[in-house]
Write a protein that binds this ligand. Structure first.
Ligand code: 5GP
Length: 196
């Protein structure tokens, strides 16, 4: 088990409805030393790529992506969830359905902060059905940027997102892949990943 899988076993809580709560260390209270280790691991896995910007989605991706951007020495931009329909052509827009809240949001990034030819590393805390990631990919590509890869902290491998996005040809690296979990007896099984 890697450092993250050990932490999930220790402090993660499995909720009914296939929701894994990791809010004591990842996406509410944040263990900064763990986040630093996560960022270093993404640098190790994507270090051979050209990365000129890190991109994520608010809210829980921001803290993680900030540390990753620091590792790469590049800026970070996050997609905002927007209610406004008056976007005046100044924004790249995608529609994203939230797995946890079951609602749809428009997410936007200003055209000022994404440009043609930029090399983007997308970072997020979870990959479930892949809507958030697909929205981010679509925003990056509508700017003419190149998606170099997607770094995910926890992938729920029993949901379709990871397979769908890899099948589209994107390089997805997930630090922990949960293959199954059981909220009744509290067990989690991780996918074996070869040492990279
Ligand atoms: P997707 O768009 O891939 O279906 O879901 C990704 C987003 O939903 C992530 O940004 C994350 O915030 C949230 N999410 C999905 N599954 C879980 C989960 O099991 N636990 C938590 N805490 N968030 C999740």
């Amino acid at each position: 088990m890697n450092f993250l899988e050990k932490r999930i076993i220790k402090d993660g809580v499995i909720k009914p409805g296939n929701v894994l709560k990791v809010d004591s260390f990842l996406n509410h209270q944040m263990d900064i030393e763990l986040i630093e280790e996560i960022a270093k691991e993404f640098k190790r896995r994507f270090g051979n790529k050209t990365v000129t910007k890190v991109m994520t989605i608010e809210a829980s991706g921001i803290g993680i992506a900030a540390f990753v951007a620091k590792e790469f020495g590049v800026p970070m931009v996050f997609a905002k969830k927007s209610k406004s329909i008056n976007l005046d052509g100044e924004m790249y827009v995608a529609e994203v359905e939230s797995f946890t809240h079951k609602n749809k949001n428009q997410v936007v990034v200003s055209k000022k902060f994404l440009h043609e030819g930029e090399h983007i590393l997308i970072i997020d805390d979870f990959l479930a059905n892949g809507c958030a990631l697909q929205g981010l990919i679509s925003i990056a590509e509508s700017a003419g940027a190149i998606v170099e890869g997607c770094g995910i902290v926890i992938e729920k491998g029993f949901q379709i997102g990871g397979r769908a996005i890899r099948n589209m040809g994107y390089h997805v690296e997930s630090l922990a892949i949960v293959d199954s979990m059981d909220d009744v007896n509290g067990t989690i099984n991780f996918r074996e990943q070869e040492e990279k």
